[in-house]
Design a protein around this ligand. Structure first.
Ligand code: ADP
Length: 290
């Protein structure tokens, strides 16, 4: 990125970050800290873009309601395309697990289904991008960011997003999937014990999503996320419709949004998603069955 363009990006990010004042949570920061956070995102992105042209990798974003499967498909694509899968939800959960006294405040927000402040997310994301830049990472698939218009504007101010994949699934299925979600406390693997079998809507085909069961070594170590209770999932869905759905329109109007209605579970959806993306999976059937 040319120095002048980098400087413009930087100031845009700072303005975008520092500009919004309302709706701050208790755990939010001062305007100065916010500006610093914006500068750090811009710097981290600029360092990534300083790599040679032929090293350019995809810069994609996954949007979609809680439980839709952003993590599952983003992680598979990141392996295929050799780019990091960066999930802000994971960054938040790592921060929650840290001994920092501020993590208690953060837990209160997350476990009530609310969004953490843009400033905190930008700080966590910029730290993650900086660490990646030091390791020579190129490109990314973002999952769970941006989740507000302001986050989308900040991201637009610092780098070009090539494609935004908007995953869609019926609301009843979303709730069932969140309630069936389990994680292995040892290896961090994500599984789902729900078996979803629903009549088609308006004469459409039946929807079947088989469970994604853990291997025997993980079975006794499964945990449920504290924010995957029925009450909190419903609140997260409400927050998504309220604050994150407008982000879909933000990218639709820029011609970057690919809408993808999940037809069923992974075996059915993965090959169709690849087709929609014009990609071929070298491992094809074997990995689709996972
Ligand atoms: P979901 O299954 O709801 O998509 P995630 O794992 O992506 O959940 O995120 C978990 C929680 O972390 C969110 O409910 C929210 O509190 C917080 N979070 C993650 N990403 C963001 C973001 N971009 N902005 C604000 N809060 C976020």
């Amino acid at each position: 990125m040319a120095a002048a363009a980098a400087a413009i990006s930087l100031s845009r990010a700072i303005r975008a970050c520092a500009g919004a004042g309302s709706g701050r949570s208790m755990a939010s920061s001062t305007a100065k800290e916010v500006a610093a956070a914006g500068a750090r995102v811009a710097a981290a992105v600029a360092r990534r873009e300083a790599t040679p042209e032929d090293g350019r990798r995809v810069q994609w974003v996954f949007l979609g309601c809680p439980g839709v499967g952003k993590g599952t498909y983003a992680s598979r694509l990141s392996q295929m395309l050799s780019v990091p899968h960066i999930a802000t939800g994971d960054l938040v959960r790592d921060a929650l697990a840290s001994p920092d006294p501020f993590s208690k405040q953060l837990a209160e927000i997350v476990n009530n289904g609310k969004l953490v402040s843009d400033e905190i997310i930008i700080n966590l994301l910029s730290k993650r991008l900086e660490e990646g830049a030091e390791k020579g990472e190129l490109g990314f698939i973002l999952d769970g960011f941006p989740r507000t218009i302001r986050q989308a504007e900040i991201l637009e101010g610092v780098t070009d997003i090539d494609l935004v994949i908007n995953l869609k699934l019926r609301e009843e299925a979303l709730l069932a999937k969140c309630l069936g979600r389990r994680m292995c406390s040892q290896c961090g693997g994500n599984f789902n014990v729900a078996s979803i079998d629903m009549e088609g809507e308006n004469g459409g085909p039946r929807m079947y999503m088989p469970p994604l069961l853990p291997p025997p070594q993980c079975e006794s170590k499964l945990i449920t996320r504290p924010d995957d209770t029925e009450e909190v999932v419903k609140e997260r869905l409400r927050v998504y419709h309220d604050l994150s759905e407008p982000v879909e329109e933000f990218y639709r109007s820029r011609g970057k949004l690919l809408e993808f209605n999940l037809p069923g579970g992974i075996p059915e959806s993965w090959p169709k998603l690849l087709r929609a993306l014009n990609l071929e999976d070298p491992g094809n059937e074997r990995s689709a069955a996972a």
